[in-house]
Write a protein that binds this ligand. Structure first.
Ligand SMILES: Nc1ncnc2c1ncn2[C@@H]1O[C@H](COP(=O)(O)OP(=O)(O)OP(=O)(O)O)[C@@H](O)[C@H]1O
Ligand SMILES: [Mg+2]
Length: 252
């Protein structure tokens, strides 16, 4: 592959007590692309996002962002690294007492000295790019679940991150909103000119947005490739997962 990685898990192992979550796991996150990670519930997908955001260190192996090994970077410098990365959580987690606009602008008010008028403009633009124009003064309780998710994305992108990490962006949403959000992730990636990693259980939306798909199983990436390559994978575990069949090598 000629594409350059923006980030890399290199031979990573990670344990919670006796439980092995990742074991000799290697994964390249190609720059300027959308990489989707699939796998069973509890496989360690969210853990991969925590590693990429330097919220968790591996027990063995290395995690690189660019050329920098973030496992051996002092905490003060990690703050700089994290500033270029946005993690959009499984749940939107907006503050109920702030308006949508105030919530979305929070990372800018907390981390920059930009004047209020500039922040307002960036927030309006971010809301507009997720289809939520005119919601600046609404409270979170006035928006639907799908709208809150999108407000969460707007908050993730106001700092213009190089890498956006999405944890289950479409879970629990109807097919139309799912389609809309999937489309939005592709558009935001292009707009930011950056890199994205998406964890999802929704195969249809993965097939729509992914440049690369990685399947995590029993602690390691067992299949990696373009959507077409994954669909044609000869690995029976991948095929069983894609078919959603209870018959096959995956222990249930
Ligand atoms: N703080 C923790 N302490 C102990 N075990 C943990 C902790 N966080 C995660 N785990 C365990 O690590 C494993 C991987 O968790 P992770 O959240 O990465 O899975 P996942 O693939 O994102 O699952 P899901 O699809 O259900 O979101 C799980 O078995 C989980 O129970
Ligand atoms: Mg998860």
């Amino acid at each position: 592959m000629d594409a350059k990685p923006y980030a890399r898990l290199d031979d990573v192992s990670l344990f919670y007590g006796d439980k092995v979550v990742l074991k000799n796991c290697t994964l390249d996150i190609v720059e300027g692309a959308i990489t989707c990670v699939i796998g069973l519930s509890g496989a360690g997908k969210s853990t991969i996002l925590r590693l990429l955001d330097a919220l968790r260190k591996p027990d063995e192996g290395h995690v690189y962002i660019g050329d920098r090994d973030i496992c051996h970077t002092p905490e003060t410098e990690l703050i700089e690294v994290r500033r270029k990365i946005a993690l959009s959580f499984q749940f939107a987690a907006l503050l109920d007492s702030l308006t949508i606009g105030e919530n979305v602008g929070l990372p800018l008010r907390e981390n920059t000295q930009q004047p209020e008028a500039e922040i307002r403009q960036i927030v309006e633009d971010a809301l507009d790019s997720v289809g939520l124009a005119h919601t600046y003064d609404n409270l979170p309780s006035e928006l639907s679940g799908g709208m809150l998710k999108r407000a969460g994305f707007a908050r993730a992108i106001v700092t213009k991150p190089d890498l956006v990490l999405y944890d289950e962006p479409t879970t629990g949403l109807d097919p139309i909103v799912t389609h809309l959000i999937t489309d939005m992730i592709v558009r935001l990636r292009k707009k930011l000119g950056g890199t994205a990693v998406v964890i999802s259980h929704d195969l249809q939306s993965i097939f729509m947005m992914a440049d690369y798909v990685a399947m995590l199983f029993e602690g390691a990436i067992i299949a990696y490739g373009t959507v077409e390559e994954i669909k044609r994978s000869p690995n029976p575990i991948v095929q069983q997962f894609l078919e959603g069949s209870e018959v096959g090598p995956i222990p249930i």
